[in-house]
Design a protein around this ligand. Structure first.
Ligand code: GAP
Length: 493
C-alpha cells in the first residue's frame, strides 16, 4: 500500500467510527477481533444496500423469490455440503511468538514483496509452487516453501515454525441442555445451504418453473485464522446470495448471464468501470465447475467482493444422498431433440454471492473525498461522502436558519410532512456552514434551509451536497424533488 492509499484507508476507518458508521465490537472491553458493529448511519447505509440488492434480484426478476432461513441447521447439512471435511485453511504457528498465520497468506505476502523489489521471476515461480501445493493440499510442501523462502514471523522475527495444519473455519456450539456430541450444531458459514435444503419447498409452494432463483440475505460465520483489513475479513458477516436453478447443460450460458448482470448491478451505482475487474478461479472450490470473482480496487489492491459460481448439481445431489429424500425436479417442457418432456432431473445451480460488508466498505471508500476548497483568501476543505442518493443514510437535512422567529416551527412542519416518505434529520445547532459540513460527512444529498422569507412565500433554500450550489424552491415541490432524487428507478431502470 502506498503512503497515500494507506492514509486514505486509515481515514475512511476513522471517519466510519467518528460519524457512526462502524464501531469495533465490544470496544469498551478492548474489542473482539474481526467482529464489528454498525452504528446509526452504518445500519441505514447497510439496509439501503440490501434493499438495492433485493429489489434488483427479487423484485426485478419474476422468476426469483426471496427466503429467510435459520442460521442453525441440521449438522448433517454441513457433512453433505463438504464443509465438515473440507472447509479449512492451512495454518502455521510461530513457536516463539505463539502467533498463528495462514500459511498461504505468508507466502502471498512474500510474493508481493518479491514483486515490489522487482524480482518478478522469483514471484512468478513461487506463485506457481504455491498454487500447486494448495491444489494438492500438500501441507508439508507449504511449510517447505516457507522455510525455503526464509519467511520470518513479523512479530518474533524468527523462523521457528510448527508444521502446517488444516484449520476448520466453522464455529460450533451445542443445542439443548445436555452437551454431548449428538447436539453439536454449526453457525452457518454460508447462507446458500439454507436455500438448497428449501429448494423443493419453494418450488412446490410457489409453483416455480425452471429456470428460477431463490435469494437470501443473512449472517454467516467463519472462524478466520487471521483477521485483516477492517471489515474485509470478519468472523461474523453478512452475505447476499442467490441460487439459480437451471436445466443441466444450460449452466454455461446462465453463468455468463449472471456474471454480466452482477457487474452491471455494481456499475449502475456510478462507480468507474476501471475500479472493477473479473478474476477467474484456477483453484476451484469442491462444489464448482467454473468460478469468477468480481473484484474491486481497494486501497490495499484488488480484492473479491462477489463470487459467481457454477455449482453443478453437487449440493442437491449430496443432500439427496445424505437425507435420503428425492431432490429431483420434474420438467414438463418438451425437449426438441427427443420430442418428449425433459422429465426428472436434479437441477444445476449458478450462484451469485456478494459479501454485504465488503460492499459496504467499497461504497464508503468510493464515496469518501477530502475536498480542498481553498481560495486565494483562505484555506478550506471538507470531507464529503458522495454516496448515491438511494444509498445515503439520510436523504435530506432540514435547518431553521436561526432558532427563533417561528423558523423552527416552520421547519418542523415541513419535516413532519416529508418524514412520512424519507429518512430526514432536523438540525438547529451551530452556524449553517457547520451544519452543511456535518451532513456532507454522512453523505446527505441535500440540505433544506428555512428562513424568514419562507414565512412570507413558503420558499426554502436547497443546498446540494455534490456541487454545494444553492437554489430557492417552493416548499410544496420538496416531496417531488426528493422523490425523484431517491427513486429506486434511478438504479433499477
Ligand atoms: N456460498 C458461496 C460462498 O460463500 P465465498 O466466496 O466463500 O462463497 C462469498 O463468499 C462472499 O462473501 C465473498 O465474495 C465475500 O464478499 C464475502 N465473505 C467471505 N468471507 C468473508 C469474511 N470472512 N468477512 C467478510 N466477508 C466475507
Amino acid at each position: 500500500m502506498s503512503k497515500s492509499t494507506d492514509e486514505l484507508f486509515k481515514n475512511v476507518i476513522s471517519h466510519a467510527k467518528e460519524y457512526g458508521f462502524v464501531f469495533q465490537s465490544s470496544e469498551i472491553y478492548d474489542g473482539l477481533s474481526a467482529v464489528y458493529d454498525y452504528g446509526q448511519f452504518g445500519s441505514e447505509l447497510k439496509n439501503n444496500i440490501k434493499t438495492y440488492w433485493w429489489k434488483a434480484m427479487v423484485q426485478m426478476h419474476e422468476n426469483i423469490v426471496g427466503i429467510d432461513s435459520a442460521i442453525f441447521m441440521h449438522p448433517k447439512i454441513w457433512e453433505a455440503s463438504g464443509h465438515v471435511a473440507g472447509f479449512s485453511d492451512p495454518m502455521i504457528d510461530n513457536k516463539d511468538s505463539n502467533k498463528r498465520y495462514r500459511a498461504d497468506q505468508l507466502l502471498e505476502d512474500k510474493i508481493e514483496r518479491y514483486k515490489k523489489d522487482g524480482k518478478t521471476d522469483k514471484a512468478e515461480l513461487l506463485q506457481e509452487e504455491l498454487d500447486e501445493a494448495l491444489k494438492m493440499e500438500n501441507l508439508v510442501g507449504l511449510k517447505d516453501l516457507i522455510l525455503a523462502h526464509e519467511i520470518a514471523d513479523p512479530v518474533s522475527g524468527t523462523r521457528n515454525w510448527t508444521d502446517v495444519r488444516q484449520f476448520n473455519l466453522m464455529f460450533s456450539t451445542q443445542m439443548g441442555a445436555v452437551a454431548d456430541d449428538a447436539d453439536v450444531v454449526y453457525l452457518r458459514p454460508e447462507t446458500a445451504q439454507g436455500i438448497f435444503v428449501n429448494y423443493l419447498n419453494v418450488q412446490k409452494s410457489g409453483r416455480m418453473k425452471i429456470p428460477f432463483g431463490i435469494a437470501q440475505i443473512g449472517k454467516a460465520f467463519r472462524n478466520e485464522v487471521i483477521a485483516r483489513q477492517f471489515i474485509i475479513r470478519m468472523r461474523e458477516f453478512e452475505q447476499m446470495e442467490m441460487q439459480f436453478f437451471v436445466r443441466p447443460g444450460t449452466q454455461k450460458e446462465w453463468f455468463e448471464k449472471w456474471k454480466k448482470t452482477r457487474l452491471e448491478w455494481h456499475l449502475a451505482l456510478g462507480t468507474a468501470p476501471k475500479k472493477y475487474r473479473y478474476h477467474e478461479h484456477t483453484k476451484l472450490a469442491h462444489y464448482a465447475d467454473a468460478a469468477y470473482d468480481i473484484e474491486f480496487d481497494f486501497p490495499f489492491g484488488f480484492k473479491e467482493v462477489e463470487g459467481i459460481h457454477s455449482r453443478t448439481d453437487f449440493d442437491l445431489s449430496q443432500h439427496q444422498k445424505f437425507s435420503n429424500k428425492k431432490m429431483q425436479y420434474f420438467d414438463p417442457e418438451i425437449d426438441p431433440a427427443t420430442e418428449k418432456p425433459y422429465g426428472n432431473y436434479i437441477p444445476y445451480v449458478i450462484e451469485t454471492s456478494i459479501g454485504l460488508d465488503r460492499m459496504f466498505l467499497l461504497t464508503m471508500i468510493n464515496a469518501f473525498e477530502e475536498e480542498d476548497l481553498s481560495t486565494e483568501e483562505k484555506q478550506d476543505s471538507r470531507t464529503v461522502l458522495r454516496l448515491h442518493p438511494c444509498l445515503a443514510p439520510v436523504k435530506a437535512a432540514i435547518f431553521p436558519l436561526i432558532k427563533k422567529d417561528g423558523l423552527p416551527e416552520k421547519a418542523r412542519e415541513i419535516m413532519d410532512k416529508l418524514k412520512l416518505d424519507f429518512n430526514l434529520q432536523y438540525e438547529e445547532k451551530d452556524a449553517i456552514g457547520k451544519r452543511y459540513r456535518r451532513q456532507d460527512a454522512i453523505g446527505t444529498p441535500i440540505c433544506i434551509t428555512v428562513d424568514h422569507q419562507t414565512l412570507e412565500d413558503n420558499t426554502v433554500t436547497i443546498r446540494y451536497r455534490d456541487t454545494m450550489k444553492q437554489e430557492r424552491v417552493d416548499a410544496r415541490e420538496l416531496e417531488k424533488i426528493l422523490g425523484d432524487m431517491v427513486s429506486w428507478k434511478n438504479l433499477l431502470a
